[in-house]
Design a protein around this ligand. Structure first.
Ligand code: FMN
Length: 183
């Protein structure tokens, strides 16, 4: 895949229980009407828009980094635990962002990474966004903004205020993408 920086913002996300999807939707909303935005679950991300301006990639943090097939099996077990009150996303059994980055090696000019992770100091939680950012940088992409984490509680439900924070972050990204901010 090869893409020049011009128009569309693509948000490719992985989500087991819906939190990362909801954050992706809020970022898309925050990016605003001034941006052409497409939100793509990773299982459908076989190609990216030709006029891509920035690729935003998001994933849940599993075992300190990106999910693996084994951690996704564990997630299915979590969903079977009624006390956690979790519902699996329709794409729960699709490959994750780790596999997607490996298989497609998206060649883009600019990227931004985000994740969802538990609301504890990052040294204890790890960060899928950090792994995405490293991988995209290795593929030759320039980071438009620092990787960002959105927080869930111990039962994997988004903390209060995180949807609004994601909308605000989307608006900040739109400002960074504005022609006057381009370098
Ligand atoms: C198997 C498994 C391992 C996890 N490991 C971590 C972890 O190391 N650090 C962390 O912050 N959260 C961890 N979590 C919590 C996830 O980050 C949380 O489920 C996720 O943010 C929810 O997003 P989703 O609804 O989009 O899947 C783990 C979750 C699962 C299912």
């Amino acid at each position: 895949m090869n893409h020049e920086p011009t128009g569309t913002v693509a948000i490719v996300y992985e989500s087991m229980f819906g939190s990362t999807r909801r954050i992706g939707e809020a970022i898309a909303e925050g990016l605003g009407a001034g941006q052409q935005v497409t939100l793509i679950p990773v299982r459908d991300a076989h190609s990216l828009p030709d006029d891509l301006s920035v690729l935003i990639v998001g994933a849940p943090t599993h075992a300190h980094g990106l999910s693996r097939p084994e951690s996704r099996v564990d997630a299915v077990k979590w969903a079977a635990n009624e006390q956690m009150d979790l519902e699996l996303e329709p794409e729960f059994d699709a490959p994750g962002i780790r596999e997607w980055l490996k298989q497609y090696e998206p060649q883009v000019a600019r990227h931004v990474a985000f994740d969802t992770r538990v609301d504890m100091p990052r040294i204890f939680t790890g960060s899928a966004a950090a792994a995405i950012d490293r991988r995209m940088s290795k593929l030759g992409s320039r980071r438009l903004a620092e990787p960002m984490s959105f927080l869930v509680d111990r039962n994997s439900h988004l903390e209060a205020g995180e949807i609004d924070r994601a909308k605000r972050w989307g608006a900040e990204l739109a400002a960074a993408l504005a022609p006057t901010a381009a370098h």
